[in-house]
Ligand binder design. Structure first.
Ligand code: SF4
Ligand code: SF4
Length: 319
């Protein structure tokens, strides 16, 4: 797996409140009974723990502009990191409009996706340990998880995590918390975060090519064990009968079949398919994107994934 220090950006989750409540959200927004707003001291400690980090520093929710101290949070980001390093991830809305100038002054990268049209998300809560009994296959898929390769580690109020989705599981399912927010926690390589991989990846379906579904769906696909965990967590979506149980067995042959199906939407569209979804490209982001493409090509060659290799070359984009 990619070392944490090789990620293009580390997210700081300042809140998990969001009015959109999309299905299959990686923050599991529809499943949280009581959203939280991080304390200023927490946000400052998170920023301090990234001292020396030269890549992106994300401001993420939920919807970050909903945080009642959003103006002060912007000042904190400016105190600790130059604009070109700071990125915000927003779904827009009246508060985004209100703070637009401040956002433009603070963040060099603005990832804006207002979900005005449905976008497609992959379910995250079909636990691989429940549907894949072949341990070798499960571990292979996890070690090759596209989201871990392309997306971000995260700091949530429970601590520091090698993957944003792992942070979500820990918070939702009352896990033991992440690594301490101490300077340099992000210098870990795979062997140093294997405890988190072991704890959270088995609960997750991101590396399984189950396909992507409209985020407007009023339900979530979950495995039986995760359905129980969600009921225990008093998920509002579970309480509204919004869980669809997925318990089909997935084998190596099935994985091949799913990947070759014309209905399969490659997760490479992540952040790129929807016209309302854009990056304002700073030189930093362009550089990171180029590095990610190089990383992807090397990965495809190493794993013999010729399909992925040619697709990456052809599209110049990520798998
Ligand atoms: S807008 Fe983003 S954070 Fe909010 S529910 Fe949708 S995917 Fe989750
Ligand atoms: S399997 Fe899930 S928790 Fe593990 S790295 Fe992938 S997205 Fe993160």
């Amino acid at each position: 797996m990619k070392p944490i220090y090789d990620a293009w950006l580390i997210q700081i989750e300042i809140t998990n409140a969001c009015g959109k409540k999309c299905a299959y959200c990686t923050r599991a927004v529809p499943h949280f009974k009581n959203p939280y707003f991080a304390e200023m001291t927490f946000i400052e400690s998170a920023l301090q723990s990234l001292r020396g980090w030269k890549r992106g520093v994300g401001c993420m929710g939920g919807e970050p502009t909903l945080h009642p101290e959003f103006k002060k949070i912007c000042s904190l980001y400016r105190n600790y990191f130059p604009k070109k390093q700071c990125g915000i991830f927003t779904s827009g809305g009246p508060l985004y409009e209100k703070y637009k100038n401040l956002i433009n002054e603070t963040f060099g990268t603005i990832h804006y996706h207002n979900h005005a049209t449905p976008s497609y998300h992959q379910p995250i809560m079909v636990a691989s340990e429940e549907i894949i009994s072949d341990t070798a296959l499960r571990n292979e898929l996890i070690r090759d998880c596209w989201l871990q390769r392309k997306w971000c580690p995260a700091i949530s109020k429970k601590g520091c995590f090698f993957c944003e989705v792992a942070a979500t599981f820990d918070l939702l399912f009352d896990g033991p918390g992440g690594y301490r927010m101490e300077p340099g926690w992000w210098k870990k390589k795979e062997a140093e975060f294997s405890d988190q991989v072991e704890r959270y990846c088995r609960l997750c379906s991101v590396p399984i090519p189950l396909g992507s579904f409209p985020d407007t769906n009023p339900y979530d696909y979950v495995s039986p064990g995760n359905a129980e965990r969600l009921l225990k967590a008093q998920s509002p979506l579970a309480a509204r009968n919004g869980l669809r149980i997925f318990n089909k067995t997935i084998t190596r042959e099935k994985i091949r079949e799913l990947r070759n199906s014309p209905l399969y939407r490659d997760p490479g569209h992540y952040g790129q398919r929807d016209k309302t979804n854009f990056f304002r490209k700073s030189p930093l982001i362009l550089k990171i994107k180029t590095n990610n493409i190089k990383h992807e090509i090397v990965h495809c060659l190493k794993t013999g994934d010729l399909r992925g290799f040619f697709r990456t070359l052809k599209s110049g984009s990520l798998r």
